[in-house]
Design a protein around this ligand. Structure first.
Ligand code: CMP
Length: 138
């Protein structure tokens, strides 16, 4: 069972001042924050990060949004971290998310859905190393 996952508090949630509330969810669910930083992605960085979606019709919208403002990137640690974090954030579309999940509580729409979570252990490691070097993971 892998212990690390990667999270983003997206520009809509930062703009709406939900960083503190979402950070509290992370701590209440007993994740250890290995690292966290506030960044503003370039359009190129967002395109590289979401390259797997490059053929999807929403790729332009997604990468423009993700580079539109500040976001917080986090490396999280917990037993079964990937699945556990995905349960905390809820379904991609906030309309389908269960009550109490972060997306149900704080997301704006399907495109502006407050948070990101890795979908596999392999992608978690790739995504963590996209934004953090090992010496930052403490
Ligand atoms: P995320 O978990 O960051 O991974 C890919 C993102 O693409 C997803 O969250 C959504 O924000 C976004 N996304 C997925 N489907 C759509 C869609 N149909 N229109 C716009 N954005 C989408």
């Amino acid at each position: 069972m892998s212990k690390r996952t990667f999270a983003i508090i997206k520009p809509d949630a930062v703009k709406n001042n939900y960083v503190g509330k979402i950070y509290n969810h992370i701590l209440e669910k007993k994740f250890k924050v290995l690292s966290a930083k506030l960044i503003k992605m370039s359009k190129f960085q967002a395109e590289q990060f979401y390259l797997v979606h490059r053929d999807r019709p929403f790729y332009e919208e997604l990468t423009s949004f993700m580079s539109s403002g500040r976001c917080m990137v986090l490396a999280l640690e917990k037993e079964n971290a990937v699945e556990s974090w995905r349960n905390v954030i809820g379904a991609t579309n906030p309309e389908d998310a269960q009550d109490g999940t972060i997306r149900k509580l704080y997301a704006t729409s399907l495109g502006e859905n407050a948070v990101h979570g890795s979908d596999s252990n392999e992608n978690a490691e790739k995504e963590i190393s996209f934004f953090f070097c090992e010496s930052e993971l403490i």
